[in-house]
Ligand binder design. Structure first.
Ligand code: DHB
Ligand code: MG
Length: 630
């Protein structure tokens, strides 16, 4: 498989783009003509620069408004094409993209267009150039790949072929399986892009909101399966027009792009065996069976406050590490590790972020295979020296430089707690609060980073994404989207802050980076949990009484039930299949907090409708504590 990416997809000037694209592992680039025109080096120099980066020019594009022009524009158009062919020869490009005509002067007619292309084919052949014809979704007469193919078929010229672009096909809801009938050798090039499912003008949608395959809602996999079935084994190229990417980090956008292509092709290979597209071998997406632990980095003093909160939530200290200053706190199936050791990764994480969740452990079937897939997809592996009595646990880097460890059922890893920790009695008497497992972890990041982490989780783990929801903070918008597996044993919410004044934005700026901002524990009975928490001295976040009036108005709740919610500060939601109860801890440090949830029936969400009221309450509490208003 040869991979490429269009220069429009990435921020920076032409040479920055090239460096980022080459470093990410692509074989080639599509030179978007304006990127060349804006650059002040000759076509020859550009060709040399591309070559010096170990890349090839896979495509030069776009040539606009070609087919179906009346005279005198027609002759002008052919003269313009000839000039561009000269330019391409100097650059060392041998494939040009012609997109379907959008000019008001254009005349329709499949045969007229086919004749124009045939004539252009002769001109191109003399220059050693091939021409690919692409239907823009908003083309004046040609806006469907089936019509573009019919024109190419009738042009019947070895130098004229078809260019497919997943966006144009899928945005118009054209069945991608219609591609299966096209001979693979007449498809000269394939462009790939995904997009979120918006109902908007096609051109505007395409020019501003495309994203990497796997980041959006289009069936790019279905499209690519159909392409693979034709026997096409040419270049797969990303052509992503995206406002955010234009201002993003060239390096990280390029890395995401490469990851998205590998992810896509790996999926295609598993479902379309007749295809001829070669992808590096990797294990399939990894099913996760749950969160085995979360680890906090802290110093001893700050750990005290954290431990007090955990104890009030019903956790007990059950283990002390054999050789390090590390404690294990447990309740139900939840393991919380508190690492105050003055050496190693956790300490480094504490130094740069303050007290924070520096590490999570995921339960998987095969920890080594998990790292192998992640590594093939460009994730960074993590290792640190193994101390006396410690196990070597496979790990990768996650959000904000944190670590994700993988625990499987192999003999040593499944015994990690018994091997590395000695049992202790904490001498405390807090009652167990009935917390059973981690329902979800919530990661906060800059909005610009959200797609990166969405793709990270979706490509490595067998997970899907939920729809994006808006969370209203009094100081701005935070967008939230969850990644989850089918049985709910892994749920991660990604929360993208657009500014620093929101609770989420404040957490990022004061914690020096993205990270886990809250952890939600599950209980089987929230009212019993509240009783235990009260006995343990836990004070929940207080919610405005106005919220409960509205709950009653919306759901018509029993008076006793409503009062029970209100007196305990429990937030409530309902969907078609079940109910959801949420209780919050006060915030800790720069805005970290715990949540307790109960799901009844098949409730699927995360209480998005309640988030605004929770945030307002948290901000009120910040102010009451005398912390500056935020
Ligand atoms: O938006 C455009 O004009 C445009 C140009 C070239 C393409 O390949 C494309 O998909 C869109
Ligand atoms: Mg295109």
């Amino acid at each position: 498989m040869k991979t490429a990416i269009a220069t429009v997809s990435i921020a920076g000037d032409f040479s920055e783009k090239l460096s980022a694209i080459a470093a990410a592992g692509f074989d080639g680039i599509e030179i978007f003509e304006n990127d060349f025109l804006a650059f002040d080096r000759s076509p020859k120099d550009v060709g040399r620069m591309v070559h010096d980066h170990g890349l090839e020019i896979s495509l030069f594009q776009p040539f606009r408004d070609f087919e179906g022009m009346p005279e005198p524009q027609r002759s002008r158009t052919f003269a313009r094409a000839e000039r561009k062919f000269d330019l391409m020869q100097e650059m060392g490009a041998d494939l040009v993209l012609i997109c379907s005509n959008v000019s008001p002067l254009a005349q329709g007619g499949i045969d007229r267009a086919a004749e124009d292309l045939r004539e252009l084919g002769d001109l191109a052949a003399r220059c050693g150039i091939r021409v690919g014809y692409e239907a823009l979704a908003w083309g004046r007469f040609i806006n469907d790949h089936r019509d573009a193919w019919e024109i190419v078929r009738r042009a019947d010229h070895p130098n004229i072929g078809l260019i497919l672009d997943s966006f144009h096909t899928l945005a118009r809801k054209t069945d991608p399986d219609t591609i299966r009938a096209i001979p693979g050798d007449k498809i000269f090039f394939v462009q790939l892009a995904d997009a979120p499912n918006f109902d908007m003008d096609l051109l505007y949608w395409s020019r501003h909101f495309r994203n990497m395959p796997g980041e959006g809602d289009l069936d790019v996999t279905g499209f690519m399966r159909a392409v693979a079935a034709t026997g096409y084994d040419g270049v797969l190229s990303l052509e992503i027009f995206n406002d955010q990417f234009r201002g993003g980090s060239p390096k990280s956008i390029a890395v995401d792009g490469y990851r998205s292509l590998l992810f896509l092709m790996d999926q295609v290979r598993r479902t379309e065996s007749s295809g001829r597209i070669i992808v590096p071998e990797m294990p399939d997406r990894v099913p996760v069976a749950g969160i085995e632990f979360v680890e906090f980095a802290a110093d001893r003093k700050e750990a005290e406050e954290l431990v007090t909160m955990l104890a009030s939530l019903g956790f007990r200290k059950t283990g002390r590490h054999m050789s390090k200053d590390v404690e294990l706190w447990r309740q139900g199936g939840i393991n919380i590790v508190i690492n105050t050791d003055p050496h190693g990764f956790a300490h480094a994480s504490y130094i740069s972020h303050g007290t924070n969740v520096c590490d999570i452990g995921l339960k998987v079937a095969d920890a080594k295979a998990t790292v192998s897939r992640a590594e093939t997809l460009g994730a960074k592996t993590f290792e640190q020296p193994v101390g006396p009595g410690e196990l070597k646990i496979p790990a990768i880097r996650g959000l904000g430089g944190s670590v994700i460890h993988f625990i499987d059922d192999s003999k040593d890893l499944s015994q990690v707690w018994e091997t590395e920790f000695e049992r202790v009695e904490d001498g405390l008497k807090p009652g167990d609060a009935g917390l059973t497992r981690i329902d979800h972890i919530a990661e906060t990041m800059n909005y610009d980073e959200m797609l990166t982490w969405l793709l990270f989780y979706r490509s490595i783990f067998d997970t899907e994404k939920t729809a994006m929801v808006d969370v209203i903070d009094p100081a701005g918008l935070v967008r939230s989207q969850a990644i989850e597996n089918a049985d709910g044993s892994l749920r991660v919410t990604l929360n993208g802050a657009e500014n620093r004044k929101t609770l989420a934005g404040h957490f990022i700026s004061e914690g020096f980076g993205s990270g886990i901002q809250h952890i939600a524990f599950e209980t089987g009975d929230i009212f019993q949990t509240v009783k235990a928490l009260t006995r343990n001295g836990f004070t929940p976040l207080e919610i405005s009484p106005n919220y409960y009036d509205d709950l009653d108005a919306r759901f018509g709740l029993e008076e006793d039930f409503l009062n029970a919610l209100k007196s305990s500060g429990i937030l409530y939601d309902r969907d078609g299949s079940g109910e959801y109860f949420q209780l919050y801890s006060p915030t800790y440090g720069e805005g970290f907090f715990f949540e307790v949830v109960e799901r009844r029936g098949g409730y699927k969400g995360y209480g998005a409708a309640n988030a605004q009221f929770r945030i307002a309450a948290q901000k009120r509490r910040f102010r009451a504590k005398g912390t500056p208003a935020r």
